[in-house]
Ligand binder design. Structure first.
Ligand SMILES: Nc1ncnc2c1ncn2[C@@H]1O[C@H](COP(=O)(O)OP(=O)(O)OP(=O)(O)O)[C@@H](O)[C@H]1O
Length: 269
C-alpha cells in the first residue's frame, strides 16, 4: 500500500537573506503540516516572513535549511503541482480572457479540443464564460482575479498558494471574492495555503489559522476554526466569529508590542 502524504509538509524551515550589510533571519524555525484538502491561512505582523514562507513552498525562493515537501515530493523549484496566485493578477493585457486561460495549456502542448474544454470548464466555474472575449482591462479587479484563478486551476495543480490575492480589492468586492473562493474551493477540493493581513478573512475562509510571530517568523499559535461549511457572510456577525477574531488580534498585538530587539534578529555573516 502506498503511503498517503500530507498536501504540504514543512519541517524546521529557516530562511536567512544575505544582503551586503548583514544577514537577516526572515524565518527562524517553522514546522507545519497541511493535510489534504484543507484550507490553511497564515497571518502575522507586516514583514514577519509570510510571503517568504509561501514563496519557498512555491519554489520561487530558496530556503536556507529545513525540508519542504508537497505531496511527499521535495520542493526544489517552481512546478505545475503548485498554483501560485498573487495580489495583482498576472494576466497578459493583449490576450482576451479565454486566451489568457488557454495560454498555459498551449505551452504544455495540450491538444486544442481538450484545451478548449478545460478553458470552458474553469471559466464557467469562476462564472466568467460570458466574458471570454473581453480584454483584462475591460474587467473589474475582482473579475481579473477570478480569471487568474481559472488560469491556475486549468493547470490542475495539487495545491494552491495564495499571497494576499484580494489585497488590492475594495472591502465589498473582497467579501464577494471570499464567498466565491469558498464555492470554487469546495468544488475543486484543492489544498490551500493562503497568506493575508486580514484576520477576519482568515477566520472566514479557513479550517486552520496559523499565527506567525514578528520577524524572524516562528509559529506563535495554530487555531482550528470550527465553523461548519458551507459558510456565508452572515458568519461575520456571530459572537463566535468575533471570539476567534479577538483571539488572533490579541496574539498579533502582543507580538506588536514586543521589544524591538526580539522583533529583528540579525546574525553576523
Ligand atoms: N530579498 C530580500 N533580501 C533581504 N531581505 C529580505 C528580502 N525579501 C524579504 N526580506 C526581509 O525578510 C522579512 C520578511 O519579508 P516578507 O516579505 O516575507 O514578509 P511578509 O510577512 O510577507 O510582509 P508583509 O506582510 O508586509 O507583506 C522582511 O523583514 C523583509 O525585509
Amino acid at each position: 500500500m502506498t503511503k498517503k502524504h500530507a498536501a504540504m509538509e514543512i519541517e524546521n524551515l529557516r530562511k536567512v537573506y544575505s544582503t551586503k550589510k548583514e544577514e537577516v533571519v526572515a524565518i527562524k524555525d517553522v514546522s507545519l503540516t497541511i493535510p489534504e484538502g484543507k484550507f490553511v491561512s497564515i497571518v502575522g505582523p507586516s514583514g514577519c516572513g509570510k510571503s517568504t514562507f509561501l514563496h519557498i513552498v512555491g519554489g520561487f525562493i530558496e530556503k536556507s535549511t529545513g525540508k519542504v515537501k508537497v505531496r511527499g515530493k521535495e520542493v526544489e523549484k517552481p512546478g505545475p503541482d503548485r498554483g501560485m496566485m498573487f495580489q495583482e493578477s498576472a494576466l497578459f493585457p493583449w490576450l482576451n480572457v479565454f486566451d489568457n486561460v488557454a495560454w498555459g495549456l498551449d505551452i504544455q502542448g495540450v491538444a486544442k479540443k481538450e484545451r478548449n474544454e478545460i478553458v470552458e470548464k474553469y471559466l464557467k466555474l469562476v462564472r466568467l464564460w460570458d466574458f471570454r472575449n473581453q480584454l483584462p482591462s475591460q474587467l473589474s479587479g475582482g473579475m481579473r482575479q477570478r480569471v487568474s484563478l481559472a488560469r491556475i486551476l486549468a493547470f490542475d495543480p495539487e495545491v494552491l498558494l495564495m499571497d494576499e490575492p484580494f489585497g488590492a480589492l475594495d472591502a465589498q468586492t473582497r467579501e464577494e471574492m471570499q464567498v466565491e473562493l469558498l464555492r470554487i474551493w469546495s468544488e475543486s477540493k484543492k489544498s490551500v495555503l493562503f497568506v493575508t493581513h486580514d484576520i477576519e478573512e482568515a477566520v472566514f475562509l479557513s479550517d486552520t489559522v496559523v499565527v506567525f510571530s514578528g520577524r524572524p517568523a516562528v509559529i506563535s499559535e495554530v487555531i482550528d476554526i470550527k465553523f461548519p461549511r458551507p459558510r456565508d457572510l452572515n458568519l461575520y456577525k456571530s459572537a463566535e466569529f468575533r471570539d476567534y477574531r479577538n483571539q488572533i488580534w490579541d496574539l498579533l498585538h502582543k507580538e506588536h508590542h514586543k521589544p524591538v530587539q526580539i522583533v529583528s534578529e540579525v546574525v553576523n555573516g
